[in-house]
Design a protein around this ligand. Structure first.
Ligand SMILES: C[S@@+](CC[C@H](N)C(=O)[O-])C[C@H]1O[C@@H](n2cnc3c(N)ncnc32)[C@H](O)[C@@H]1O
Length: 249
């Protein structure tokens, strides 16, 4: 979490073009690059392997994930409410961006195979954004939400120096995130980002991810994956990955 806030710049809605560029530049610094690599790996792990899929990212910010997702999906759309952030994103993902509020997505029901959000639920009405993500995700589709963990060692260390907009963020605890996710399907929660950016430690992240599964609250990033139910015969059915578990009744 450290330094993602940078200088005090008000809320994201108040961001100027300079503040958006400043935010984006954080990802090119050692800790930002490390955190982003870990977040991308978490998304890659959670994203179904279906090249024909449609993915919507809510709170796409400066478009780094959108640019990456185009390698994993046929249709990718990024939504953000900040024109300044979207102006930076345009350089990475032209033609794939929509300026809108994540609480009122301008898409029909069930249009997406996957809806993703990173570090955005903390700045919006998390329940309302997840509700909208669920609405636009087709039955049997998936919601992936990464949030910053306020009670991880990194989150606690970062707290005294946090500045706007991160100082006013409504960070979600693991139980809050799980509870919100469970409203929309089968929810599972994991921790990621256990190491720091120092080259020696950074290289241990894959091992730390395995070991960290036992202490997920230690991870600076929380990864929520929600499998949307399949509706059939008036009952909600969750599709399990093993063939023997596929939809009953
Ligand atoms: C911390 S940034 C994260 C951006 C990007 N996902 C990333 O990881 O760099 C939070 C983003 O959420 C956007 N945001 C905040 N509230 C929003 C809302 N209600 N609807 C859409 N986007 C929102 C902000 O404009 C900002 O771009």
């Amino acid at each position: 979490m450290t330094d993602r806030d940078g200088a005090s710049r008000g809320t994201f809605a108040e961001f100027t073009p300079a503040a958006a560029h400043d935010y984006d530049a954080w990802f090119d610094r050692p800790w930002g690059a490390h955190a982003w690599a870990v977040e991308l790996a978490a998304v890659d792990d959670a994203l179904p392997d279906r090249p024909d899929q449609t993915v919507v990212e809510v709170g796409c910010g400066t478009g780094r994930l959108i640019a990456h997702l185009t390698k994993r999906a046929a249709t990718v759309v990024g939504v953000d409410s900040s024109p300044a952030m979207l102006a930076v994103a345009t350089g990475r993902a032209p033609g794939r961006l929509v300026c809108a509020d994540g609480r009122r997505l301008p898409f029909p029901d069930g249009v997406a195979d996957v809806a993703i959000t990173i570090a955005t639920l903390e700045f919006a009405d998390a329940a309302a954004v997840l509700e909208e993500m669920a609405r636009i995700t087709r039955p049997g589709g998936r919601i992936i939400a990464l949030t910053l963990n306020p009670v991880s060692p990194w989150g606690l260390l970062d707290r005294p120096t946090r500045r706007a907009p991160f100082s006013t963020a409504a960070f979600l605890t693991r139980s809050e995130l799980r509870r919100l996710g469970s409203r929309h399907g089968r929810a599972r929660l994991a921790g990621r980002l256990f190491t720091s950016a120092q080259p020696g430690l950074r290289r241990l992240e894959p091992i730390a991810t395995v070991v960290g599964a036992g202490v997920p609250w230690f991870g600076a990033v929380q990864v929520l994956v929600v499998d949307r139910p399949i509706r059939r015969c008036g009952r909600d059915l969750v599709r399990f990955s093993r063939p023997g578990n596929t939809a009953v009744g």
